[in-house]
Ligand binder design. Structure first.
Ligand SMILES: Nc1nc2c(ncn2[C@@H]2O[C@H](COP(=O)(O)OP(=O)(O)OP(=O)(O)O)[C@@H](O)[C@H]2O)c(=O)[nH]1
Ligand SMILES: [Mg+2]
Length: 500
């Protein structure tokens, strides 16, 4: 039975990343049309088996033999101004979205988390939850929610974090996974340190897992692969401050494809999102999972529908279509590559330096259990695992590779060096807050005490991560062992361990 995932795409960046995700997901499912069925229905509803093919009008159309007809993304589009979603609904993906997007015609949230969280969120709560409810009613067995949003502006951060809180109230049994775009240090939104910090404090409370994708890391990824890939337009993604958002969004979408592949496709060792949360999150607030993906972006030259379809029948065609270095990597080379900075999507995390509380290795393609065991042994030799969970690797094997590749790996690590990112966020926030720069935009909506409390929440989580790392460096202690025993018992009782 499918366990469906409902996606909420909130604000400009959230909608842009999501569109790239849907476009690439469609290509993947087109390339593996024989696998159409329960798997794809985790993220798409098939509303009418006799409908029209999805017109990807600006590229070659999907092969008529691919049964991707009348699919509707299990998605709710939200923004507080209409330009981005209007462009999406005029674009090549328009037919996959059912129901209108939820828009407040106010011209956005003004790059202000507080306006999004305090004003627009509550004002739009009922209409958004109505749209969510319609999607949930279409599901046989809802697995959870995946939110794509940025934390630098006002809507993705404010309305997005408000919605996660609302979902926690309304659907307490469903997993809530947030994939937020964190602003880079040189972000062009001057208030982004406030927005990101205030939103992060809510993600601590309201999400089950957060997979930070930061713009600095996405840019680094794009730059390191730009010589070998050809970005294609995702329709309307504007580039500000010289950042190649279209290519960065492809990298973000690639990570999300890797994360969701085990629920979208069959495999000999499947991992659903609940298992990720169970295995990777030993303490509820310490749920920041850093992603490292190999390859770290999609080979867009091979992701046109025709190449995708050809990939099934003639791998030589794809090989000839101009390719990327990473495609040639063996499984062993992938394990080495996933530790390299160019593949980290959280620029503050180094999986080899910080203590790992747990790690998931989500393979796609032809990797075998033997490969995975070798990979786990290799990573254990390179990475520090917390003393009470030395075998804390969760392995997924999904047989379907990404377009244009024979295999890929998405490594998710609950790594203590995430405290560096949270501390840097706190520093950037404090630079403004100490002088109360731009503070009135926020204190118009909430008290200084609320803002201080949000800051303490984020600093508290950073401190917890740092403390675990320090204790581990000192060889752990009795208390750790108690915690570890409890965690191991819980994992064993669920039968979810994988160790070598
Ligand atoms: N990766 C990526 N980042 C983006 C994109 N568009 C904007 N950003 C970043 O997102 C932050 C701004 O957030 P937006 O998503 O534009 O804002 P919003 O959520 O629509 O909020 P408001 O416009 O204030 O209502 C900044 O940090 C930008 O650098 C995009 O397409 N991709
Ligand atoms: Mg906006």
């Amino acid at each position: 039975m499918p366990r469906e995932l409902v996606t909420l795409q909130v604000g400009q960046a959230g909608n842009q990343v999501a569109c790239r995700f849907w476009e690439l997901a469609l290509h993947e499912h087109a390339a593996h049309s024989s696998l159409y069925g329960d798997a794809i229905s985790t993220i798409f509803a098939n509303v009418d088996a006799r409908g029209q093919a999805i017109p990807l009008s600006s590229g070659p159309s999907l092969s008529p033999s691919c049964p991707i007809f009348s699919l509707r993304a299990r998605a709710v589009l939200v923004d507080m101004e209409e330009s981005v979603t209007a462009a999406i609904l005029r674009g090549k993906l328009r037919e996959i979205f059912s129901g209108p997007p939820v828009i407040a015609g106010s011209g956005g949230s003004g790059n202000n988390w507080a306006q999004g969280f305090v004003e627009h969120g509550p004002a739009k709560r009922d209409v958004i939850l109505d749209a969510v409810r319609r999607q949930v009613e279409d599901c046989d067995s809802l697995q959870g929610f995946l939110m794509m949003h940025s934390l630098g502006g006002g809507t993705g951060s404010g309305v997005g974090s408000y919605l996660l809180t609302a979902l926690a109230d309304e659907y307490p049994e469903a997993y809530r996974i947030s994939a937020p775009i964190f602003p880079s240090g040189d972000d062009d939104v001057v208030t982004s340190p406030y927005n990101a910090l205030l939103a992060a404090s809510k993600l601590v409370e309201a999400a089950d897992c957060v997979v930070p994708l930061d713009n600095a890391a996405l840019l680094r990824t794009v730059e390191s692969t730009s010589a070998t890939t050809t970005p294609v337009s995702s329709g309307g993604s504007k580039s500000t401050g010289g950042k190649p958002f279209t290519a960065m969004n492809t990298a973000a979408a690639t990570a999300l494809l890797g994360l969701t592949a085990p629920v979208r496709f069959p495999g000999s060792l499947n991992v659903d999102l609940g298992e990720l949360a169970t295995n990777l999150v030993p303490y509820p607030r310490l749920h920041f999972l850093s992603a490292s993906c190999v390859p770290s972006t999609t080979n867009t030259s091979a992701s046109t529908a025709s190449a995708a379809v050809a990939a099934r029948s003639s791998s030589s065609h794809v090989r000839a279509s101009g390719a990327s270095r990473t495609r040639e990597l063996t499984a062993d080379a992938m394990y080495r590559a996933c530790l390299q900075p160019a593949h980290q999507l959280n620029s503050h995390v180094d999986p080899m330096r910080g203590t790992n509380l747990a790690v998931a290795l989500l393979h796609r393609g032809d990797a075998s259990l033997d490969d995975a065991e070798r990979g786990v042994r290799y990573l254990r030799s390179k990475c520090r695992m917390v003393s009470w969970n030395p075998h804390g690797f969760k392995v997924g094997l999904c047989s379907v590779p990404p377009i244009g590749y024979e295999r890929s790996l998405c490594m998710l690590s609950n790594n203590c060096s995430v405290h560096g990112g949270l501390t840097s966020l706190s520093d950037r926030f404090q630079m403004l807050w100490k002088r109360r720069s731009y503070a009135h935009h926020y204190t118009n909506y909430l008290s200084e005490a609320d803002i201080e409390a949000a800051h303490e929440t984020v600093v508290g989580v950073a401190e917890q991560y740092r403390a675990i790392h320090r204790k581990n460096e000192n060889g752990g202690n009795e208390h750790d062992d108690d915690d570890g025993a409890m965690y191991r018992r819980r994992r064993r009782s669920l039968g979810l361990c994988f160790s070598t």
